[in-house]
Design a protein around this ligand. Structure first.
Ligand code: SF4
Ligand code: SF4
Length: 288
């Protein structure tokens, strides 16, 4: 069995990584687990697991290309600067100078150059890290370097790295939103756990990511985190979710104290720990 379970939810800060960290630890007691952090703009699964140090493998990867000028061929005609829609090329002293932070790798300059003097070259703009956790399962994480693009591609590469391990269950911590990294996280998933909070923005973002989940036709369940900050809205979401409602987690400011001390929630005696353990038991029944 190779099962991919994605923890997603639309809005940021709803508790995806916390839930994913506890589920990874619980599943690893009985199954071969690989935990994959696909939130490449803010990877924090390692923090929730207290696994931020001693990465065993760090590899640089390329998810995009940038334009490079061969000044030996360039005649300084300026056509490339005229046609760059991202204003990444400025003519200085009759020669084009490319700003790598603005270059989107669209290749318009390469196509337009009459001298064949511009070529796109792949750049190492991200890294993927791998380690074995104290519980024995592997954790794969990755991120783009500051100012770089290609977050969907790096998620695909991170998942490929996770696939190199033998596993029964791959737990994927998805990015917030509905963009490329989320779509790449959801591709190939067998089940999605959607986490929300009882706020208008949390519920609205849940509905948006649900459109993507339904597009891929992936079965899903819903969890309400911090349900008691708005019990009325929680009840309405629970009713709306119907049989797809999986469970709820209470708000507790001690969760933030635990994370600031790098204490995994499963190693605390907080109410959230017991609530997620119950959610886990129910989840196991449902995915089986
Ligand atoms: S289009 Fe080509 S030849 Fe003209 S300035 Fe740009 S690089 Fe140089
Ligand atoms: S590849 Fe596109 S964005 Fe980059 S410099 Fe050329 S035209 Fe501009």
């Amino acid at each position: 069995m190779k099962f991919q379970l994605v923890v997603s939810g639309g809005k940021g800060g709803v508790g995806k990584s916390m839930l994913c960290s506890v589920l990874a630890m619980l599943f690893s007691r009985k199954k071969k687990v690989v935990a994959v952090d696909c939130d490449v703009d803010a990877p924090n699964l390692a923090i929730w697991l207290n696994e931020t140090r001693n990465w065993q493998k760090i590899k640089k990867i390329s998810t995009s290309s940038k334009a490079v000028v061969d000044y030996g061929k360039c005649t300084g005609c300026g056509l490339c600067a005229e046609h760059c829609r991202f204003n990444a090329i400025k003519m200085e002293k009759g020669k084009p100078v490319i700003n790598p932070f603005l270059c989107e790798g669209c290749a318009a300059c390469e196509v337009i150059c009459p001298q064949n003097a511009i070529k796109l070259k792949p750049v190492k703009n991200g890294e993927i890290k791998v380690k074995r956790t104290r519980q024995g399962f592997f954790l794969v994480s990755g991120q783009l370097l500051p100012g770089e693009t290609g977050s969907g591609k790096i998620v695909t590469e991170i998942k490929k790295e996770g696939e190199k391990f033998e596993y029964d269950i791959m737990l994927i911590d998805s990015a917030p939103g509905t963009g490329c990294p989320v779509i790449a996280s959801l591709q190939g998933a067998d089940f999605v756990v959607l986490v929300t909070e009882p706020t208008p923005s949390g519920f609205s973002d849940l509905n948006r990511v649900l459109e993507v989940v339904n597009h891929f036709n992936i079965p899903y369940n819903i969890i309400i985190n911090k349900w008691d900050i708005n019990a009325d809205l929680s009840k309405r979401i629970e009713k709306w979710a119907g049989k797809r409602f999986l469970g709820k987690i209470s708000y507790d400011k001690n969760i933030f104290k635990a994370i600031s001390n790098l204490t995994p929630i499963l190693e605390t005696d907080l109410k959230a720990k017991k609530e997620i353990e119950e959610i886990y038991q129910e989840l196991v029944k449902r995915i089986n």
